[in-house]
Design a protein around this ligand. Structure first.
Ligand SMILES: [Zn+2]
Length: 626
């Protein structure tokens, strides 16, 4: 508690220092922004801005800390062709020597309007989340933070932007922004604050469809807007549309209120954009492979991604950790409460997916089993790095580059998921069945719908609200979970729910979000169909044989590698004293690695514990009566 308070006060001091920067931009004005995406297929999006200024020094920022990405990773390296001008004359600029996102200009006398123009080059693949590839020949995703500068000295909430978007001929678009006027391929949006603009991306493309997802009797409109690289990829089945509508209904039951005027799922389907989801108050920017909607796994995939991003409208956007709530995009974020922001979302997203029918109860249980198994035993990342540090380290320690478990860069998702399941079962137990996690969500995420707003919270606020639901030593419980370095997964919630994690030879019936995990529980390798090793569990039989992340397996027991041959060798291992011999390429050297393993195939599953009532099943039943 003390530590949190100290850190918050340090942040406030840092913010005050930033706000104190002198600026010559006129406050209260509406900045005119034109984003020309007509050349998006050529991977270039052009910005032109006009803002009122006063004579003297002026500082402008390119957004640095991106909401939902919680890192200083605004894609400044893709900004090119930057020009400042007034009265037809170029004005020289300089970049700040301490912060590459900051630009300085000197406004000459008798100048009251500044013209700013630059190009944003759409990256091919590098970059994190929205800073990765976002445009193809047939579609584009516009995240406005990439196409805007803003003057220093005014909170983003108080800067107003009048935005015009120019699209290639015939392209259609989806967004939560309200349209003021539209002519041919130009769209003018109603003026909004910079906060609302950055929070409201646009998807646009040649192939576009919208589907209504508003449940019967629901007063607030919901829809999914889809752009894809082909017409056929837009074909959402009536069943999936019904399940997505159930998702909306279930969200109303779980949270008891909405905090948006209307909601748009913005879904981009392409094999040539980055695949991820980013949450917003009134929409989410979710990106999947081109055929995701028309594949037989559509419900599983949408349930995994869209339910999570949708739940963020309440948990992360409306209720947001206080030290992630910053007045503008230059202000650093502190991420130590991401086990609340992401961890609770990672719990309620799948909960909503199964309640709405996107997931079956069996998939949900297999998912929980895979989450538990990813944390231990045999996954030693947890023995050096407590949950809270996986959250605190995010701005500089995201992971990537292999060694996934040993780094455990994003375990605040998975471990947060199990943490909040345990919270749900404790609420049930301590209240003797009178209260549920839904009561907590009503208290924490409910309230009045005033449209998008932020209600920041601290660790103390969370504990207080949990205690209001049912008295318990929540502080000690959470501190123990946040700081544990146990070798075993935190499976208290699964066990309180009447289930337990077991390992057997039956493969996991879950091939949604987690792929290539089959051999991780036996010899300790995460390995792709072509033999690339994405992770080798430190201390596992494969690791002890000399195989680590980045190597490539090319042979199994004297034959050319296939995943099937490796699985056969693992299955046969328990009936023989012979080792498994893998031929491995390490850089350009061949290596023969001999794995001492005789356990056969091992996959995690949940099985019922007959000694306890099945509360897990109770939690995941449909609540909206659809
Ligand atoms: Zn999330």
């Amino acid at each position: 508690m003390y530590r949190l308070r100290l850190r918050t006060s340090l942040l406030v001091a840092a913010l005050l220092a930033l706000v104190a920067i002198p600026a010559a931009a006129q406050s209260g004005q509406t900045i005119s922004l034109t984003v020309d995406a007509t050349q998006a297929p050529l991977k270039i999006v052009r910005t032109h801005m006009t803002l009122a200024v006063k004579t003297g020094p002026l500082t402008l920022y390119y957004p640095k800390w991106i909401p939902g990405e919680y890192g200083p990773d605004g894609p400044i390296g893709n900004v090119t062709g930057l020009k400042f001008a007034a009265n037809g004359k170029t004005i020289p600029w300089t970049r700040d020597t301490l912060d590459v996102f900051t630009f300085h200009v000197n406004i000459p006398t008798a100048v009251d309007q500044l013209e700013v123009s630059f190009d944003y080059i759409e990256p091919n693949s590098s970059g994190f989340a929205t800073a990765s590839s976002s445009a193809t020949d047939k579609l584009v995703v516009i995240n406005w933070n990439q196409n805007v500068l803003y003057p220093a000295g005014t909170p983003a909430e108080q800067l107003s932007y009048q935005t015009k978007l120019m699209l290639p001929p015939g392209w259609k678009f989806g967004t939560a922004l309200a349209v003021q006027a539209q002519s041919a391929d130009d769209v003018i949006f109603k003026p909004v604050s910079l906060v609302r603009l950055v929070d409201s991306p646009v998807i646009a493309g040649q192939y576009f469809r919208s589907f209504d997802l508003t449940p019967p009797g629901e007063p607030i409109h919901h829809q999914i807007d889809v752009v894809a690289d082909s017409e056929i990829a837009l074909n959402m089945s009536p069943l999936v549309q019904k399940q997505m509508t159930n998702l909306v209904a279930e969200s109303g039951k779980l949270f008891g209120a909405r905090h948006y005027r209307e909601y748009h799922f913005l879904l981009t389907l392409s094999d040539y954009v980055a695949h991820f989801g980013l949450e917003h108050h009134e929409s989410n920017d979710s990106r999947l492979p081109e055929r995701a909607l028309i594949s037989s796994d559509a419900s599983l995939t949408l349930g995994g991604l869209l339910a999570h991003e949708f739940a963020h409208s309440w948990n992360g956007k409306y209720r947001r950790p206080a030290n992630l709530t910053v007045p503008y995009y230059q202000a650093p974020m502190e991420t130590d409460l991401l086990w609340g922001y992401e961890g609770l979302t990672d719990y309620v997203g799948p909960l909503l997916a199964v309640r709405s029918g996107l997931w079956t109860p069996e998939i949900y249980r297999e998912y929980l089993a895979s989450v538990a198994a990813s944390l231990g035993p045999g996954r030693p990342g947890r023995t050096w790095r407590p949950l809270v540090d996986t959250a605190t380290g995010v701005p500089g320690v995201r992971g990537g580059g292999g060694w996934t478990n040993w780094r455990r860069g994003s375990d605040y998702y998975d471990e947060g998921d199990l943490l909040w399941l345990e919270v749900a079962t404790i609420i049930h137990r301590e209240s003797r069945g009178q209260k549920t996690i839904d009561d907590f969500c009503h208290a924490f995420h409910g309230g009045t719908n005033n449209g998008p707003e932020v209600k920041p919270y601290t660790f103390a606020d969370l504990v207080r609200i949990l205690n209001d639901i049912v008295p318990f030593d929540w502080t000690s419980f959470l501190q123990e979970k946040l700081n544990s370095t146990s070798n075993d997964a935190p499976v208290g919630g699964i066990e309180n729910g009447g289930w337990k994690v077991v390992y057997n030879e039956e493969p996991l019936h879950l091939w949604g979000r987690r792929n290539n995990v089959g051999d991780a529980y036996s010899i300790g390798l995460q390995i792709s169909a072509n033999g690339d090793v994405s992770d080798s569990m430190v201390g596992s039989p494969a690791f002890n044989a000399g195989i680590t992340s980045g190597m490539k397996v090319v042979g199994v027991n004297g034959r050319v590698y296939t995943h099937e041959l490796l699985d056969d060798a693992i299955a046969a291992s328990k009936n023989t004293s012979k080792q498994i011999t893998l031929l491995v390429v390490d850089d350009d050297y061949f290596k023969t690695c001999v794995i001492e393993y005789h356990g056969g195939e091992r996959y995690p599953h949940l099985v019922r514990d007959g000694a306890k009532p099945d509360y897990l099943d109770e939690l995941i039943k449909p609540h909206a009566g659809s």
